[in-house]
Design a protein around this ligand. Structure first.
Ligand SMILES: [Ca+2]
Length: 107
């Protein structure tokens, strides 16, 4: 039986594979695939205000760090890390992060 954290990690990888595998580029999330993923997997209001299902293009531009128009797993996992940070900040407040610089701002 995998631990809670292990299950979460496996789930992140599997969700990426499931949606990225919908077209021929199995290791990249296209705009359409990202849209499907967000619509199906991001449903709670606290996450929706970070990745807006009605504005996939903007979400993609924000996450597509190497500007190839698609999301690889590295870019996707940074999005998940960002969501986790935003969730944590929401739960515990922002004060602990202030002034600490990189990785702390609720982008
Ligand atoms: Ca990319």
């Amino acid at each position: 039986m995998a631990s809670k954290l292990e299950q979460a990690i496996v789930a992140i990888v599997e969700v990426f594979e499931e949606y990225a595998g919908k077209d021929d580029q199995k290791k990249q999330l296209s705009n359409a695939e990202l849209g499907e993923l967000i619509k199906a997997q991001i449903t709670s209001p606290e996450f929706k205000d970070k990745v807006d299902p009605d504005n996939i293009k903007e979400v993609m531009e924000d996450l597509d760090k190497n500007h190839d128009g698609e999301l690889n797993f590295r870019e996707f996992s940074q999005c998940i890390a960002g969501l986790a940070r935003a969730y944590y900040v929401k739960k515990h407040g922002k004060d602990k992060c202030q002034g600490k610089g990189r990785g702390c701002q609720n982008k």
